[in-house]
Structures are given as structure tokens and as C-alpha cells.
Ligand binder design. Structure first.
Ligand code: NAD
Ligand code: ZN
Length: 343
């Protein structure tokens, strides 16, 4: 049996292990991709750290990872859309294709979603197996580094473009790995003012480079309401919640304009006290966001990159794959943007 190197969650507990595992065989509609670059997602960090969510969700041993780019190595007999040698990335959510949502064109909310690198073997490996429908052929104007982070760029795109941004004032709470990309998208889509909050100055510096008008660090006693006043606004037209922090959520509600819109990407705890009456009296519309729309989000991403959006500041670290530990240490420490591991 031919084997390959893969970063495996071998057993419960903190850590990841570089193992030799069998190279995946393609089914009739599968594509085997030779991975060139892998990025570390917040989800991978949860699995590495082995928190409550990971312990409940991940079946060990499993190869993790779902942010990557590479080249098609082999295709199953039924694959007609890509061929060996094509430069590709992939959508990490595999939709079933037959539930009600799939059949009405809303695959991102498929009832039976399977996550690559979460429910089945992922892309921190020399080769990853992906259904051909999930393979995205890359335009040659998309750099390798950016191709490797299209999954989280897609979360940012889906969240940011859920409401009209042209001429609007946008608040982004949580300028982390995804929030900082949302700053660039809001700017690209024509927002007037973009205010971003985060507890880390390192990340706020990235948000500034990505185009934030004002950044706010609540950990240093800075207030979003001061930014509103400074910019002479009545409140924000669009809120993008990307921290998962109830505190940030409450600050957002306090600073939204009447009749405004909010997209919720950050995973908020289910049991916190939501200021419902403020939401109701301000007539705020809220939308939960899951994953990326298949395939409209991918189209918008491609067009933004070809059109000149700059994601450079968000990628802060590169390591060879054998130094993966350094990458996870950077993620754990938090003084980083996107971390890319190279095969
Ligand atoms: P991240 O950890 O890089 O970013 C979150 C940021 O929020 C951090 O930089 C942190 O400092 C900041 N933060 C924490 N408390 C804050 C506060 N009170 N005010 C302002 N900022 C605060 O995570 P990420 O990868 O960018 O993901 C963002 C969120 O989206 C996470 O909650 C993640 O779990 C969630 N997520 C959801 C989906 C989905 O499909 N809904 C997909 C991916 C990620
Ligand atoms: Zn489905």
C-alpha cells in the first residue's frame, strides 16, 4: 500500500501527530488533490487544543485540515470538470444533493453536511480526496497563498455581502482571522466608514492595513460609541459579528442605527442574555451565517481577487509542514494572522 505524510489527530488530548497513512483512492466522482499549501483555521486550533467541541465532534484517528490549495493528481472515472495538473482548491462542506435545501439550491444549509477535516479525513496531508463538485478550479490571477485561504475568505464574504454595503457604515466586532478579511471586503464593496473592534492590537493593526477607518480595543477601555461620535454618525447600518463574544454582541446592538442589519458569524453561547427589546425597538434585521453559499460566494471571491482586493496583510506566517508545531504555537498565542504550512 502506498502511504503519505499526514497531520493526524491520533488520540484525544492536546496535540497533532505527523503520521504515515494510506494515500486515498478516488471513488468514481472523486478527485485526489496533491496539497501544496495548507492554512490553519480556528477550527483546527480547537481540534489541536481538544476543547469540549472537539471532544464531542472529532472521531480519532483522523487527518484534519480543510484550508488548502494544490494540484489535481488523479480523478475518478466519472469526473469531467477537472483533470490531472489543474490548480485547485475546494469547498470544505460536502452537501448531500438530495435534501430539501440541496434541491432548492441552498446547499450551504444542507441537512446532511459532511465537513472535510472535521467529519472525514482532511487536507493536512500530501493528498486529499474531495468530491469533484467541491473542487474549485483556480483562475491564474489568484495567488497560491490566497487560494489556500479561500475557505475563511468565503466565510467573510458570505457574512459581509449578506447586506448591501455601498455607502453604508459598517461595524465589525472581532477583527480576527475572518474579521480582518471582512474589513477588506467592506472596503472593496464601497462601505463609507468601517469600524473594527478586537482585544488584540496585533490583529487591529492588520484590520487597519485592510482598510478599517477606526479600530477599537475594548480591552484598553476604548469604546465603539466614541468612534461613532468621532465619525459624526447616528449608528451603524450594517454589523458583522465575528468574535462570538456576548460582550461584543451587546456593544454592537448599542451602536446600531434604527432599521439596520446584522450578520452573525461568530459562534455565540446559546444561553447568554440577548438584549431583545433593543433589537426589536431598533427594528434590527439579523441573519445567521453558516459556511459559504454554494456557489455564489465562490464566484464573488474570485471576482474580488481578480478585481484587485488585497489580502496580503492577513497572511503573517509561513512554515514548512515539518514545523507545523510552530504554526499551531503561533495560533495558540494569538499574535498572528493566517498561518500557512507548505508541503
Ligand atoms: P478568531 O479567533 O481569529 O477571531 C475572533 C476575534 O474576536 C479574536 O481576534 C478575538 O480577539 C476577538 N474578540 C474576542 N472577544 C472580543 C470582544 N469582546 N470584542 C471584540 N473582539 C473580540 O476567529 P475566526 O477564525 O476569525 O472566526 C470568527 C468567529 O466565527 C469565531 O467565533 C468562529 O468560531 C466563527 N466561525 C463561524 C463559522 C460559521 O460558519 N458560522 C465559520 C468559521 C468561523
Ligand atoms: Zn443536502
Amino acid at each position: 500500500m502506498r502511504t503519505m505524510k499526514a497531520l493526524v489527530k491520533k488520540q484525544p488530548g492536546k496535540g497533532l501527530w505527523m503520521e504515515e497513512v494510506p494515500i486515498p483512492e478516488p471513488g468514481i466522482n472523486d478527485v485526489i488533490i496533491r496539497v501544496k499549501k495548507s492554512a490553519i483555521c480556528g477550527t483546527d486550533l480547537h481540534i489541536y487544543m481538544w476543547d469540549e467541541w472537539a471532544a464531542k465532534t472529532i472521531k480519532t484517528p483522523m487527518t484534519i485540515g480543510h484550508e488548502y490549495m494544490g494540484y489535481v493528481e488523479v480523478t475518478g472515472a466519472g469526473v469531467t470538470t477537472v483533470k490531472a495538473g489543474d490548480r485547485v482548491t475546494g469547498e470544505g462542506h460536502i452537501a448531500c444533493g438530495h435534501c430539501r435545501n440541496c434541491r432548492r439550491g441552498k446547499k450551504h444549509v444542507c441537512e446532511n453536511t459532511v465537513g472535510i477535516g472535521v467529519n472525514i479525513d482532511g487536507s493536512f496531508a500530501e493528498y486529499v480526496k474531495v468530491p469533484s463538485e467541491n473542487v474549485i478550479l483556480l483562475d491564474n490571477r489568484i495567488p497560491d497563498d490566497w487560494a489556500a485561504i479561500m475557505d475563511p475568505f468565503g466565510n467573510a464574504t458570505h457574512t459581509a455581502l449578506s447586506f448591501n454595503l455601498l455607502g453604508e457604515d459598517v461595524l465589525i466586532t472581532g477583527a480576527g482571522l475572518i474579521g480582518s478579511m471582512a474589513v477588506a471586503i467592506a472596503k472593496f464593496a464601497g462601505a463609507r466608514y468601517i469600524v473594527a473592534s478586537d482585544l488584540s492590537d496585533y490583529r487591529l493593526d492588520i484590520a487597519k492595513e485592510m482598510g478599517a477607518t477606526i479600530v477599537v480595543n475594548p480591552a484598553k477601555g476604548e469604546k465603539i460609541s466614541d468612534a461613532v461620535q468621532k465619525l459624526g454618525m447616528r449608528g451603524f447600518d450594517v454589523g458583522l459579528e465575528m468574535s462570538g463574544s456576548p460582550k461584543a454582541f451587546n456593544e454592537m446592538i448599542e451602536n446600531m442605527y434604527n432599521g439596520s442589519n446584522i450578520s452573525l458569524l461568530g459562534i455565540l453561547p446559546s444561553d447568554f442574555q440577548v438584549p431583545w427589546s433593543d433589537i426589536i425597538f431598533k427594528a434590527i434585521t439579523m441573519k445567521g451565517i453558516y459556511g459559504r453559499e454554494m456557489w455564489e460566494t465562490w464566484y464573488k471571491m474570485e471576482q474580488m481577487i481578480i478585481g484587485g482586493i488585497d489580502l496580503t496583510p492577513v497572511i503573517t506566517h509561513h512554515f514548512p509542514i515539518d514545523n507545523f508545531q510552530k504554526g499551531f504555537d503561533a495560533m495558540e498565542n494569538g499574535n498572528c494572522g493566517k498561518v500557512i504550512l507548505e508541503w
